[in-house]
Design a protein around this ligand. Structure first.
Ligand code: CAA
Length: 386
């Protein structure tokens, strides 16, 4: 029996910032952002879209009544948790109106959280093959106005249904992973913005990739001649490109060419959504599946997950016979095409808006009447959702 991703969907807010406008405002050559960083636009979350509402919006279209009945586990992976104690997954459980007899929890390890959730979910369905698990990655990447990381912000969520005999990607049990404590990116409890040692974070990412690639090769997991694509955690597309380039001298030219071509398809969505932290790797997966028309069932894909702090994992899966029928390309392309492009002043004004932290009551304006789930405000120290 095989286990893996049965269905996948994503949500990103309905507004974005053009990075050429950001470059002009910050008096930077636009090519630094477009080529040097490799990003074109970034999603900007309005105040009524937090990680809970985005997670619920990503999962809203995913589950049939039969899927819902089979759910035994719900995990939300996030760096941007909304409560020190209560799991965001419980808020999502309520918004999706799920049945009570399941385990519901949140996992945090920077951008690795959803991969931890996915691996836990795989173990769960291997033990309980008649049940299913819902894993959602949801994050808002915030570095601050005028910060070096500003151009690598973004917002969005990816929802994945994990089951036996999956329709999209069967995942292999064997993978390679590593942990080490680093201060490359972190966010203390008192801060709404992340701290990053940008160059150091790139070094750690690349060295963990090199280490895991070497381990996987030693265990004959990479088999590059057979690998149809290699997906990366994409905080910005240049980061994944740098990791891929390290393979140029290690693998056959034909294999490198194939991986490079597929890499281009995998970054198309991320380049206009921005960094969504723990969902970024899985947005790359959706982007590859929906933008490379030559992918075939039976092809094998590698996935490199990286979470600052730091944790990394390289794992593998095989595309399933019906994977194309499960894609929602038209809906995703419409979601991305219909976003409002913010002016710099609108972006900066929204960036400065925040939720109350003193226990007073707050009503949050509606940013998009068409969206299913949103934060409506705060009352009695409790977030209110619709
Ligand atoms: N035309 C073309 N390219 C240009 C250019 C121009 N006019 N001007 C500069 N560039 C190039 C530079 O040569 C450089 O390229 P290389 O990286 O290939 O050398 C690139 O643009 C970036 O320029 P800088 O080195 O000057 O960049 P910076 O100091 O402004 O910072 C950054 C870039 C470190 C990525 C910063 O945006 C940052 O700190 N981001 C947040 C941290 C991050 O995302 N780290 C990634 C790994 S950690 C992770 O993955 C977890 C996570 O999600 C956070």
């Amino acid at each position: 029996m095989q286990f893996g991703i049965d269905k996948i969907d994503f949500y990103t807010p309905n507004q974005c910032l053009d990075l050429v406008a950001l470059a002009h405002a910050r008096q930077v050559d636009p090519n630094k952002y477009l080529i040097g960083i490799g990003q074109k636009q970034m999603a900007v979350a309005p105040l009524d879209q937090d990680i809970v509402s985005m997670a619920a919006n990503a999962a809203a279209q995913l589950l049939t009544p039969l899927d819902q009945a089979a759910l035994g586990l719900l995990i939300v992976g996030t760096e941007s948790g909304v409560d020190q104690s209560k799991a965001s997954a419980l808020f999502v459980h309520d918004l999706l109106d799920l049945h009570p007899n399941m385990r519901t929890l949140e996992i945090k390890e920077a951008c690795y959280g959803a991969t931890a959730g996915l691996q836990l979910a795989l173990d769960f369905v291997r033990q309980h093959p008649t049940q299913k698990a819902l894993v959602i990655a949801s994050d808002i990447a915030r570095y601050g106005l005028n910060s070096p990381g500003e151009v690598t912000q973004g917002a969005g969520a990816v929802a994945m249904l994990v089951s036996a005999e999956p329709q999209i990607l069967a995942l292999e049990e064997q993978s390679v992973y590593a942990s080490q404590s680093t201060w490359d990116f972190w966010r203390p409890n008192y801060s709404t913005e992340s701290f990053a040692q940008g160059k150091y974070s790139e070094e750690v990412y690349l060295s963990m990739f090199a280490d895991l690639w070497q381990q996987a090769s030693a265990q004959k997991l990479t088999q590059v001649d057979e690998l149809a694509a290699l997906l990366f955690h994409i905080p910005f597309s240049k980061m994944g490109r740098k990791a891929l380039r390290t393979l140029e001298t290690k693998i056959q030219p034909q294999a490198y060419q194939r991986l490079t071509k597929r890499f281009e398809a995998s970054i198309q969505y991320g380049q206009i959504v921005g960094n969504i932290y723990t969902g970024s790797l899985y947005l790359s997966l959706i982007s590859l599946l929906e933008n490379d028309m030559n992918l075939q069932a039976g092809e094998r894909i590698g996935l490199f997950s990286y979470g600052s702090g730091s944790e990394a994992e390289l794992f593998f899966g095989t595309l399933q016979p019906d994977f194309k029928s499960q894609l929602k390309s038209a809906a995703h392309q419409a979601l991305l095409a219909n976003r409002t492009s913010l002016t710099m002043s609108e972006y900066e004004e929204q960036f400065k808006q925040s939720l109350v932290t003193d226990g007073s009551k707050q009503v949050v304006d509606v940013s998009d009447v068409a969206v299913r789930h949103r934060l409506t405000g705060i009352k009695g120290h409790q977030r209110q959702y619709q």
